[in-house]
Write a protein that binds this ligand. Structure first.
Ligand SMILES: C[S@@+](CC[C@H](N)C(=O)[O-])C[C@H]1O[C@@H](n2cnc3c(N)ncnc32)[C@H](O)[C@@H]1O
Length: 340
């Protein structure tokens, strides 16, 4: 499929801002307009590189940094309510004058850190803590991005007939549902993550990057992200630049206090791992079980982990504790349905 077509077909259904912009950008490529120059050299990029999302995120960063204030009325998360069908006429001159930065934006792979997924960790942690009888927890997360979900104990949650977490938290993850869920108290005594490309949530640059990949009309996700970034600034979480298996092997080699449950947590990352990484992570975790109390909590799409990118339209994620499915959920977390 041509790059112009990939822009045009990426968004279907609702005619929101990106539906309009992506079509107009695709048409502009075919017409030899400013977008054609901008994406020159990227025409044969693999479809999985989603050049269209990189460009839209770059444009969003122009708006978020005040370089394209005329576009703000089209961005609902910034309070805009303008008819998105008029966005391209305003965006075109922005694309032209920001071409150098937008070309750099094509180098930046999409990366989100979705804090709605912390509800999966809460559900899995409660199972693991209950099963082990250990309430003091060391959290380790491979593929953590900015590590926001490692702050799970600082977030509040509301579900069907239950709530959890500090009631005064700036972040309340709502709509978790999970009818019948009983949260278990726990204390996080240590937390650490790794990622191939970690994002530093405590910096303006890191926050900007994360915001720019959340679609501007997904208001609830922006609300959650803003609140989590504020919490992360006050409570920085270390995220090492490393691959999952090597990092986990080193972390699980270090001593842990008696009575502490080590929880290895991951979400929507295994689908990006090569098959050897998937196998090594499992063997490193299994080898550590004889040395310490350990539970593995994963929120991954069914069938993920074989190095393939899951077709989001055909699949849904499952929360597993030590490979037993305990809940199913959406790709961004809520709502959850308990299983079994
Ligand atoms: C879709 S993001 C999910 C981030 C986070 N777990 C969440 O749910 O918000 C996938 C993350 O996995 C990371 N990643 C991909 N392959 C990896 C690997 N082999 N080792 C460590 N991290 C990896 C990417 O850099 C990216 O940050």
């Amino acid at each position: 499929m041509s790059l112009a077509d990939r822009f045009r077909v990426h968004f279907t259904g609702e005619h929101h801002l990106y539906w309009h912009l992506a079509r107009a950008l695709g048409d502009d490529i075919d017409a030899g307009g400013v977008t054609a120059d901008l994406v020159a050299g990227w025409e044969s990029a693999p479809e999985g590189a989603v050049i269209q999302l990189r460009l839209l995120a770059g444009l969003f960063r122009e708006v978020l940094t005040g370089r394209a204030d005329e576009l703000r009325p089209f961005y609902p998360c910034l309070g805009g309510a303008a008819d998105p069908s008029g966005a391209w006429a305003v965006a075109r001159p922005v694309v032209e004058r920001s071409a150098a930065r937008l070309r750099e934006a094509l180098e930046v792979a999409p990366q989100t850190n979705e804090v709605g997924r912390s509800a999966a960790l809460l559900v899995g942690l409660s199972h693991a803590v209950r099963a082990s009888g250990l309430h003091r927890v060391r959290l380790l997360e491979p593929g953590a991005s900015a590590g926001l979900n490692l702050l799970v104990d600082r977030f509040a949650f509301t579900g069907s007939g239950w709530s959890a977490g500090p009631p005064d938290s700036p972040l309340v993850v709502t709509g978790v549902e999970a009818a019948g869920f009983v949260p278990e108290p726990f204390e996080v005594v240590a937390r650490r993550g790794c990622d191939l490309s970690p994002v530093d949530a405590a910096t303006d640059e890191g926050a900007l990057r994360l915001r720019s990949f959340v679609w501007p009309f997904q208001l609830e996700r922006h609300r959650r992200l803003d609140a989590a970034l504020a919490i992360a600034r006050a409570n920085p979480v270390p995220v090492d630049a490393a691959g999952a298996a090597d990092w986990l092997a080193a972390q699980l080699d270090s001593a842990v206090d008696e009575g502490v449950l080590t929880v290895v947590w991951q979400s929507i990352t295994a689908q990006y791992w090569p098959a050897e990484e998937v196998a090594r992570v499992t063997s490193v975790i299994d080898a550590a079980r004889s040395r310490m109390p350990l539970a593995r909590v994963a929120m991954e799409a069914r069938g993920a982990g074989a190095g393939r990118v899951t077709d989001h339209s055909a699949d849904y994620p499952v929360v597993e504790v030590d490979e037993v499915a305990v809940a199913r959920c959406d790709f961004h977390g809520p709502p959850f349905t308990l299983l079994g």
